[in-house]
Design a protein around this ligand. Sequence first.
Ligand code: ASP
Length: 403
Amino acid sequence: MKLWAKILIGFVLGAIVGLLVGPPAAALKPLGDLFIRLIKMLIVPLVFSSLVIGASSMGDVRKLGRVGAKTLAYYLVTTAVAVTIGLILATLLHPGAGFQIPTETYKAKPLPSLVETLLNIIPTNPLGAMVSDNMLQIIAFALFMGVAIALIGDKGKPVHAFFDSLAEVMYKITGIVMEFAPIGVFALMAWVTATNGPDVLVPLAKVIFVVYLGCFLHAAVVYSSAVSIFARMNPLRYFRGFFDASLVAFSTCSSSATLPVSLRCAQENLGVPKDIASFALPLGATINMDGTSIYQGVCALFIAEVYGIPLGMPQYLTIILTATLASIGTAGVPGAGMIMLTMVLQAVGLPLDGILLIAGIDRVLDMARTCVNVTGDGAGAVVVAATEGELKTLPAGTTLAGK
Ligand code: ASP
């Protein structure tokens, strides 16, 4: 049986077991945590080695610049479209109608300044960046290394060969770890449905519905059009090829933790070359969060509605801008989008306490948004590879790995 089918079975069975057994099924969580730890273990060596190889095999700095600019443009545009979809749906469907205002107080997280954020991309100690999992710093240093290896020619070859081999080893481990994915996904789904029973979900069913609908529409419309227009790829083939990554994202709620799986799907199932996949995907997992921005758009309007605060066009535009920026700043870990929501709420003067309403169901919203975040990264990698004329065409229904 194919891996994606096994993961899907784990996913559905987990959800059923969690619903039937209820809270005791939460005891399965350690199996899910084990799976998350196994894939997280690979992130730093895998991203670093594959990005060094990616950057050094792009050959010239101009290509790197061009690929970088395209990737960033794609990520920014799709994110802005995503918030807009969230805002339109929330305006039409009124998720906050008939809701109670919370009484506790929620404190905003102080946000670093723009200059600080930009400076922070450059690590003062590359090993420190790896130790503390700072993805943007790891990307920055890997790009410098890759470019320098290309610039020094023959002398760089041993380092290139070393990282090439390291990346292969990490891919192999990813393959081994993925054999455990069906069980990990089963346990995570059982835990989520066991701890989020009907009592938690029903009162906020409308918000959940609007966020899920926004995520679904965004993937169905934006990613389908992107891969079919730019890459002439059948959208169903895209979603199927990237399915393992989308499911792992849905159940782990972490773009970063899904990275090893996304890298593998993009290269083995979709024909994205290594240099582009290893550049576009880690960058996407760090800054491209379309699902998060849909969620932020919906939640901002939900909170405005609950508190009876009217919003006009200027506030809508502010939400689009801040949610785009906030989603860039959102770390690819569970729950990060909710913390960054404070930035959006503050920008339009909405009460931060509104977050308390959403906090109880955040995990369920996080699953959909992370799934879209990661699926959008994959579509970005396919689009960039296609516009560079480098998307490998695999015979329909097969993959490079023959899976
Ligand atoms: N969990 C999301 C991710 O990893 C981020 C978020 O909380 O919105 O992509």
